[in-house]
Write a protein that binds this ligand. Structure first.
Ligand SMILES: NC(=O)c1ccc[n+]([C@@H]2O[C@H](COP(=O)([O-])OP(=O)(O)OC[C@H]3O[C@@H](n4cnc5c(N)ncnc54)[C@H](OP(=O)(O)O)[C@@H]3O)[C@@H](O)[C@H]2O)c1
Length: 311
């Protein structure tokens, strides 16, 4: 097992993923976890990145800082998604190399894989076909991050790795209906309809299959990979099973306590029929997801209710 040497710098420690990694390491009893808000250290600024990482001198860095958004934001601002992510990554990697960071884990996303990759999607599908056009710019930036990690390994012998998580959800998720992902959007829609007594209308046929992983699991997987994985990437991070959107809706309705009508607007697009990651490489390292979907949705719903009650 590889030691996770401190300090552990978490870039993006206030985001959905970074905050879960932060909580995970604190729960492990670590007292050497550090990070900066983007308002204090804008990682698009090379000097700021060098100052922050150079003075923290981390032994380990988890790269969860990125400009992230939904389909609308990605297709409206592709230049920003491409340039910001390339800048953030390049600066963090160069600054980490200059500071001698031993272990670095770069978090990408399953959108790096071709739109029509065979299911479940194996890591070897990378760069074998065209990408989903709606977030192509973001995906290209992430692919460049994966290649950069491999290049630092090849040219400088850095023991850096890259991990590609599936769809994530959990406490602290984004519930804004104009930019949220499918699971938090459903939680919010079912909650609002429970309160108002209305029906719920969901997009598409409900037949596409999707995989969901709780952020506590992605944080645990990050820890496990830092301790057990040291190879050219990427490596997929998922739970290995998927559900139909209709099954997901039934589960969310049950957790929220919504008993009204659910309507499916079949005039709206379904998207890809199935998106499931092949996690055999990760399973072979002895890791598996722990948080069941019902339990995870329930925790996320509790967090959502608390956040709107406190607001
Ligand atoms: N959410 C998912 O379903 C999912 C799935 C697969 C992979 N991922 C990957 O996981 C990573 C993190 O995603 P997330 O969902 O946690 O996103 P998020 O909640 O939007 O968090 C993004 C983080 O990046 C930081 N950041 C953004 N721009 C920055 C800048 N210019 N300088 C410094 N920090 C900056 C933000 O800092 P502040 O909060 O301080 O502004 C925030 O902490 C991404 O690489 C994403 O591709 C996410």
């Amino acid at each position: 097992m590889i030691d996770i040497e401190g300090p552990v710098y978490i870039a993006g420690h206030r985001g959905l993923v970074g905050s879960a990694v932060w909580r995970h390491f604190l729960a492990q009893g670590r007292t050497d976890v550090v990070g900066h808000a983007s308002s204090d250290v804008d990682l698009r600024d090379r000097d700021a990145a060098f100052d922050a990482i150079g003075s923290a001198r981390p032994g380990t860095l988890v790269m969860a800082a990125a400009r992230v958004g939904g389909i609308l934001a990605n297709s409206t601002y592709p230049v920003d998604f491409l340039n910001d992510n390339l800048r953030i990554q390049t600066n963090v990697f160069e600054a980490s190399h200059a500071a001698g960071v031993e272990r670095l884990l770069f978090l990408g996303s399953s959108c790096i894989y071709p739109k029509l990759a065979p299911q479940p999607i194996h890591e070897d599908s990378l760069l074998t076909g065209p990408l989903e056009p709606t977030n192509e710019a973001y995906a290209i930036a992430k692919i460049s991050g994966v290649l950069a990690i491999n290049a630092y390994r090849q040219q400088f012998g850095r023991r850096w790795i890259s991990a590609m998580p599936t769809n994530l959800y959990g406490p602290g998720d984004n519930f804004d209906l104009t930019s949220s992902h499918v699971l938090p959007a459903m939680i919010r829609k079912f909650h609002d309809a429970k309160v108002s007594g209305d029906s719920v209308t969901l997009w598409g046929s409900g037949t596409p299959r999707r995989e969901f992983l709780h952020t506590a699991d992605v944080a645990a997987a990050t820890d496990h990979l830092l301790k057990n994985y040291d190879d050219v990437g990427p490596i997929n991070v998922g739970c290995g099973s998927d559900v139909t959107i209709r099954e997901l809706a039934a589960l969310v309705a049950e957790v929220v306590g919504f008993e009204g009508d659910v309507r499916w607007d079949a005039t709206k697009p379904d998207g890809t029929a199935r998106k499931l990651l092949d996690v055999s490489r990760l399973s072979a390292l002895g890791w598996q997801a722990r948080v069941g979907l019902r339990q995870g949705i329930s925790e996320t719903y509790d967090w959502y209710v608390e956040s709107i009650t406190a607001a």
